[in-house]
Design a protein around this ligand. Sequence first.
Ligand SMILES: *Cc1c(COP(=O)(O)O)cnc(C)c1O
Length: 825
Amino acid sequence: MRTGLINDVVELTSEQFKFKVSENAKNIFRKTIDELDDRQKFQAVAYAVKDVIIDEWIATHRVYDKKDVKTVYYLSMEFLMGRALGNIIINLSCRDEIKKAIKELGLDINVIEDQEPDAALGNGGLGRLAACFLDSLATLGYPAYGCGIRYKYGFFQQKIEDGYQKEVPEDWLRYGNPLEVRRDEYACEVKFGGYTRTFTDENGRSHFTQDGYQSIRAIPYDLPIVGYSNNVVNTLRIWDAEPLVSFNLDEFDKGDYHAAVEQENLAKTITEVLYPNDNHMSGKELRLKQQYFFISASVQTAVKKYMDKHKDIKKLHEKVVFQMNDTHPTLTVAELMRILMDVYMLEWDEAWEVTTKCVAYTNHTIMSEALEKWPIELFSRLLPRCYQIIEEINRRFCISIEEKYPGDRGKVERMAIIYDGQVKMAHLAIAAGFSVNGVARLHTEILKNQELKDFYEMMPEKFNNKTNGITQRRFLLHANPLLAEWVTGKIGDEWITNLSHIKELEVYADDRKCQKEFMNIKYKNKKRLAEYIKKHNGIDVDPRSIFDVQVKRLHEYKRQLLNILHVMYLYNEIKEHPEKEFYPRTFVFGAKAAAGYKIAKLTIKLINSVADVINNDASIEGKLKVVFIEDYKVSNAEIIFAAADVSEQISTASKEASGTGNMKFMLNGALTLGTMDGANVEIVEEVGEENAFIFGLSSDEVINYEQNGGYDPMKIFNEDMDVRKVLMQLINGFYAPDDPERFRDIYNSLLNTKSTDVADRYFILKDFRAYIEAQKAVEEAYKDEKRWAKSAILNVANAGKFSSDRTIEEYVKDIWKLKKVKVEV
Ligand SMILES: *Cc1c(COP(=O)(O)O)cnc(C)c1O
């Protein structure tokens, strides 16, 4: 098929692969394959797969080098990768040989894949987006690095005990990571604290150096990102921290024992743990250290790599572009300025020109509690030179605002980078970035017309939209093999690398035979999830019931509370009208709450309490089941999406920037029950309103209420007896007989303006009636199997737009300007 020097790679036979695995068993574990336990089998196979990848990895970078390509550095505090092995195998050209070998060795590929811990280096959507982007970049053949942090403990493991969430550290590296490569040769130094010293040289030029600092050694670990059947292997480079010298004897001799220990402690803590906040700023000093740590290391390395081949630092932007995933990596701006001026001796204007051509910013949220602001005191103490640079950027930026809007003090106050004792990272990112993008059309419009209105008016050319996407390789091909095979059987396999082809399924939506095939696959996937639930929750759920699923981070704006209040309402209805026809329904929840987010954690307890009562009430004859899936993460998400009938996307309109869970559900043939928020708007546009269930306030209405101090939920409480009954059950012990006050805070968040500044800030009661009606429409629609099957198939067929391949092509064309590369092995 292919020829070349390293042809044993692509023409790998199953015999060769088997040999690799048995050699690994011997070398690593001193055992034969039969003697290995499951985890060891995973490792023996994973090392063999790594061996297969390595030559392509080297070949890819040889091509990048030779062609002197422009490279995107995707900078992100989070990469929610999930498991690697299964995904790598399906992407490799030699997947069939590997699968054959595994079978011939008497191993079960599913059992082996199940041994791998998730790489949970992220919280939710933002981190998973970064992971999908890496998959798409490699598959499309674009030169790219992901740059991040090698957290020792990823996102915590969630245990449910007595209905409450308990956080358990996730020691994902306990047995090592077979797929990573430590690259000591690229280690570099990152400096914290101290003070800047200024001196003027004989030519009158000012120079700045940092003195009295603490140093950390940043050490990169590379993970392979395998493109689909194209021999491309890109790199996710995650940084670990070590003390510069393991115990600083010099300092010890000088009697500065304390300083030496401190430096060692800083190294130990900096990459210790991922902050578990989603859409929320914690303001912790260590977090800012993490940010500078990985940004300094990544930017230094990128500039060094460029200068190894090129002479003119002023043309950096021709070969390098930094994409900042939210404001977390915004220190890129200051660090690049610092390197250009202090190391490469550029003048301010020259450095600014290069920097502003190299950095681009993606905005992920408009919620004020998520906006990054750092106190000047902390910032300047930790990063004195960067702070000095940002002060100067701010000074010049404020002048440019005044020039454009003479006399308008409000403009300067609203747009300044440093104001009111704080450094505003989004303002820095916008002032310095050549591109500012939102992540769904509605979100970008809200940015332009509301949140970032001043910035948009001053520099409209920077603003653009890139609607998020997901990789169909993981979320259909890998997660739902039955449906993937069915799709390929109907329309061929081009959808795997070009999801727009999936539109060709549309002609089968009305075909009765195809509908039955589709519903049968859905049934099998529901059985697979039912087995998972039986094993993990001990609950029996009927795969013939409607699987109504809400899985995502627990957040008030995502409104899991609306969902569970509706379940409580349904339960009341069934109890009051047992004679009424009711189509059996299984409500599935999965969500982690940030460890310090009280009301979110209480909501988990409420869901589990409601589940306990309902699941154990024999009188309702199993019409309703409620399941809370513990430890929602990428690996069990893959099972959940495939099994869903209904996709709950019910955020308060205007709050969810995009959502990507909504896209995974759609691609797996679930119908969206949602508000006109984030990418739901575009999903409905693609699939047609008749194939989704849309309800609730519009974003304009929500924003309008907010600008006028909210609305009065008491009126609804007083007038709607169904709502009233459900709310009373929060405080009369119905779901908490041992402690009737348990859910008081939830009740108060909806009604009581004394305990919260705004009652029902997320418009749960306001949308409640509309949600009940939409849920009734879901039930009616499901009863008509033909109609449902048609809608479900149409959802799959119209998911083409939501491939991250499409998103990446847009980034490349409008922002990054990269060229595709071909790798022949
Ligand atoms: C896709 C995904 C998310 C994001 O879900 P949303 O519904 O868009 O918030 C979060 N966590 C995991 C594990 C995911 O796979």
